[in-house]
Design a protein around this ligand. Structure first.
Ligand code: ADP
Ligand code: F6P
Length: 469
């Protein structure tokens, strides 16, 4: 059995990896099991007729990418994927828009993926499709004659039917999901929303007591597979990278003050404006903390051509500027705001030296940064995670300081609690959180999903490194 992962964005060796939880999770599965990873290159081709997959072999993984015509890709990626599905699935109806031509482009790009992936598949391949960019892909692969088992994992939330039905093509997209053999969700809440949508569209009889959906002779299993992180790897790399130049520079710049850190793609789902407002409130309510703490917010630009993202960028610059204008001293900058990427090990070193991790999305499927922050801590002197109760990670990380991300006063209070928490309590919370992370790390995530997708084939295909090792 060969594993074939399919996602819009893939991590191509020797190219800078764009931030995003999907690529981090799939890369771990590919490194453990080998196989084929198929996706879009990010480059463009003039005509769809000229597309030929580019193949690159590295360490038992074949990376296969296609270039897509620019206009088509823009309507698919900026338009339907990130202007329609992203806000809809995160329940942001105020940001959501619908355009029939963008939906056509989305459908066409899915057809291109199917048409160029199908010839690369062999009969025994296990195909695993990732995220909202590729909802119709199994249906298209069936049309192209593929009969392999095909699974799908949604990295982002699945909303209630009452939200989803704002989408004119909701019934078609939902129907095409039933071409998958297994649908995986981050939380039980997401899975139940999907099953309630299936019931609303097709009646109670289609949903079995085991959570499978049966229609027109096909049966689609559903399951909950919360994505994890590579705990052992993060523990090691966070400690090692304390010696790196970037981490030492950050340490020197703190001048002995505790660090509060946030690391998020610049996305309106991440609650950054609310977090900045909370920090202002924190400085007002606790004037004794002024010049006593450093807040570093790392927010690499993401989907910059989508209007809502450009607007958010401008609003964040204004908000950070205002805070710094009001509170800065000649020797102190309240918010250090950086729109850039860092190597992964450096980021883990930043987490390790931080006293507080701020992860307050207003909605998030899981949020890997929350888990990375915990895994990167020094167990003898751990920092404290302030976590949104509306992130999927809150289901597992009950020992974080959980906050409502819309409640700036609650976040401000949590900042103070985290900064003043006694060492014993920090250690106890960290110990319990680490137990949770270890019991569901990234290797268990792909192992559990693939076993559920093909229990028999899976037993005959051992990974090249044992799960969890
Ligand atoms: P999302 O998938 O919505 O971006 P997650 O928190 O699940 O959110 O995953 C984000 C991933 O991207 C994490 O693994 C994080 O470490 C990584 N990341 C975020 N910001 C940066 C950055 N500035 N440089 C490098 N990696 C980043
Ligand atoms: O994890 C959610 C996700 O949307 C992934 O699907 C995606 O790869 C990542 O965030 C980053 O977004 P993008 O690929 O648009 O840069």
């Amino acid at each position: 059995m060969r594993l074939v992962n399919v996602s819009n964005r893939i991590t191509i060796p020797r190219r800078a990896a764009a931030p995003g939880g999907l690529a981090v999770g799939v890369l771990a599965a590919m490194r453990a099991r080998g196989g084929l990873w198929f996706g879009a290159s990010g480059d463009c081709v003039a005509n769809a007729a000229d597309i030929t997959p580019k193949l690159l072999e590295r360490d038992r993984v074949t990376y296969a990418t296609i270039d897509v015509p620019e206009e088509l890709y823009t309507a698919y990626y900026n338009g339907f994927a990130n202007g329609t599905l992203w806000p809809l699935l995160h329940s942001f109806l105020g940001t959501f828009h619908y355009s029939a031509s963008e939906y056509q482009a989305y459908d066409a790009v899915n057809s291109l993926f199917a048409c160029h992936l199908a010839p690369l598949l062999t009969d025994t391949d296990l195909v695993w499709v990732h995220d909202y960019h590729l909802l119709p892909l199994a249906h298209k692969l069936h049309d192209a004659g593929v009969r392999n088992r095909i699974g799908f994992f949604l990295h982002i939330p699945f909303p209630p039917y009452d939200v989803l039905r704002a989408l004119p093509v909701c019934p078609q997209l939902m129907r095409s999901l039933l071409s998958f053999d297994l649908l995986g969700f981050q939380t039980q809440g997401d899975r139940l929303n999907f099953l309630a949508t299936a019931t609303a569209l097709w009646g109670e009889t289609v949903v079995g007591s085991d959570g499978a959906v049966a229609m027109a002779g096909r049966r689609t299993m559903t399951g909950v597979f919360p994505i994890g992180v590579d705990v052992a790897d993060i523990e090691k790399s966070s400690a090692e990278s304390l010696k790196s130049t970037s981490v030492k520079q950050m340490q020197a710049g703190l001048l002995g003050m505790p660090l509060m850190i946030g690391v998020d793609r610049l996305d309106y789902s991440k609650g950054l404006l609310e977090r900045f407002a909370a920090y202002r409130e924190f400085l007002e309510v606790h004037p004794e903390q002024q010049r006593r703490v450093v807040y570093v917010q790392i927010a690499p630009l993401s989907r910059a051509d989508v209007r809502a993202y450009a607007e958010l960028r401008a609003a964040l610059e204004q908000s950070a500027g205002r805070t710094n204008g009001v509170f800065a001293a000649t020797d102190w900058t309240p918010i250090r705001y950086l729109n850039r990427n860092f190597p992964r090990n450096v980021l883990m070193g930043f987490f390790r030296m931080a006293r507080v991790g701020l992860v307050t999305p207003v909605r998030d499927g899981m949020n890997l940064v929350a888990k990375e922050f915990v895994a990167a801590q020094d167990p003898d002197d751990p920092g404290v995670l302030v976590l949104s109760s509306l992130a999927g990670a809150a289901v597992e990380l009950e020992d974080a300081l959980l906050v409502n991300p819309y409640d700036s006063s609650a976040i401000a209070r949590a900042m103070q609690t985290a900064l003043t928490m006694p060492l014993d309590e920090r250690r106890a919370r960290h110990r319990r959180s680490m137990q949770v992370l270890r019991s569901n790390d990234i290797h268990q995530w792909h192992t559990r999903f693939l076993r559920a997708l093909d229990p028999i084939g899976f037993e005959h295909a051992k990974p090249r490194r044992a799960a969890g090792s």
